[in-house]
Design a protein around this ligand. Structure first.
Ligand code: CTP
Length: 396
């Protein structure tokens, strides 16, 4: 992405110090950051440090005649490609939701014709307060983008939701908002990783899956401008930044999460879902009590992919995966028909291929046009090629 101009409104909260790092991160990516400080923000960070890091003049006052002569506040609000508010305090959110314009920051936010991304930051009680939650809903309806807040320890000593998102998360959300790739406006759901089916509180059964291919696919889709909902079981690789993340454990939870994701244009089912679960998992740890080996009775898990393909909310493009160890093309072709998906990405996961847990993949894409054999390549390259093919199919 080529460098963009970002208007960064820094509100008066303890997380304002993290906005200094955000400025650095944004500039590292080649973006220009024009900073605006609220009066309260200057209690937490100094205009000098903000200006030095941004390499720009800091705007603070609505009635500064010098500023108005150089660049009026209306012009300032329009000159950016994106407006970021970090930290967005409860007070700033309330002002935005109610249309107040009584200082430079709130006036810019009213006057801008650009997208606005806010990173809320406040005490957990303030975040959970009905007034803040009402304001949040209003802001969402107004099309304001939200990054965070996260759950964790707070500067005030309490624990809960209200911590400002990390600079890298805000950066990812900003770049997603700025991205005008071919999948902009497309909502893609990706399932990834294994599922864990409990035997008892300490034991489980699972398929082998690192989550690497699903994660790479989500990243490639983000790079093409898509909005991505990433539903993942307990994978080895960390989930990508910038997705709507839903973490699940079991196949039943994965199905539930998929069914609760509305307005999906494309569904990609890369998860290695366990086909069976233990029919009645024990609430207590099963002990070696000398009465012989435990006998586990299995029940069949729901097939997430097949269920979605048969549902009335079926996305217009559904892509499944087929992990096979023999007769790959034949089995995957039959699987595509059986499950009712449009494309299937088939791969040979026999241990000798080194694909499972490795960085490369060797796939065949099966559609109603037949089987397309892709050369062996990096999982990230498979992901990019798949994302490009999806963009071509939707836009073609
Ligand atoms: N899948 C799913 N839910 C399941 C099982 C599989 O959504 N309970 C999806 C996978 O995410 C993948 C596709 O179905 O996209 C095929 O998965 P795979 O494990 O290859 O096939 P299975 O359905 O398990 O069939 P088999 O065990 O006969 O190979």
């Amino acid at each position: 992405m080529t460098g963009k101009t970002l208007l960064l409104v820094i509100g008066g909260g303890i997380a304002a110090f993290k906005s200094l790092d955000l400025i650095r991160r944004l500039r590292e990516r080649g973006h220009r950051v024009v900073p605006v400080l609220t009066a309260a923000a200057t209690e937490f960070v100094t205009p000098l440090s903000v200006s030095a890091l941004a390499g720009e003049k800091v705007f603070q006052d609505l009635f500064d005649l010098n500023d108005e002569a150089e660049m009026g506040h209306i012009e300032l609000s329009r000159a950016a490609d994106l407006v970021i508010v970090a930290p967005a305090t409860a007070d700033l959110m309330a002002k935005m939701a109610n249309g107040h314009a009584n200082d430079l920051a709130s006036t810019l936010l009213m006057a801008t014709d650009k997208q606005v991304l806010i990173a809320p930051s406040m005490n957990v009680r303030m975040w959970e307060h009905p007034a803040t939650q009402r304001n949040l809903e209003t802001l969402k309806k107004d099309g304001i983008l939200i990054s965070g807040p996260n759950e964790g320890d707070m500067a005030c000593g309490e624990f809960g939701f209200g911590r400002m998102a990390e600079p890298m998360e805000i950066l990812a959300a900003a770049e997603m908002a700025l991205n005008d790739g071919p999948l902009k406006g497309t909502h893609v759901l990706v399932t990834s990783g294994p599922t864990h089916e409990p035997i008892d509180p300490v034991r489980y059964i699972a398929n082998r899956s690192s989550g690497a291919q699903g994660t790479a696919i989500a990243q490639a889709l983000l790079a093409q401008g898509a909005e991505v909902t990433f539903i993942t079981g307990p994978a080895d690789v960390p989930p990508p930044m910038g997705v709507n993340l839903v973490a699940v454990q079991t196949a039943a939870e994965m199905l539930d999460a998929v069914q609760n994701t509305p307005n999906v244009d494309v569904g990609i089912f890369a998860a290695a879902v366990a086909d069976w679960r233990v029919a009645s998992a024990s609430d207590q740890k099963i002990k070696k009590d000398g009465k012989g080996l435990p006998v586990l009775e299995f029940a069949e898990n729901p097939d997430v992919l097949a269920t979605i393909c048969a549902s009335t909310a079926r996305p217009k493009l559904v892509i499944g995966f087929a992990a096979e160890t023999q007769n790959v093309i034949e089995n995957a072709t039959a699987k595509r028909k059986r499950k009712g998906c449009d494309w299937i990405v088939a791969n040979d996961v026999s241990p000798s291929t080194g694909i499972m847990g490795g960085s490369e993949n060797d796939v065949t894409l099966i559609s109603n046009a037949g089987a397309e054999d892709w050369p062996r390549m990096d999982k990230s390259q498979v992901a990019t090629r798949l994302a490009e093919k999806i963009a071509a199919a939707l836009n073609g």
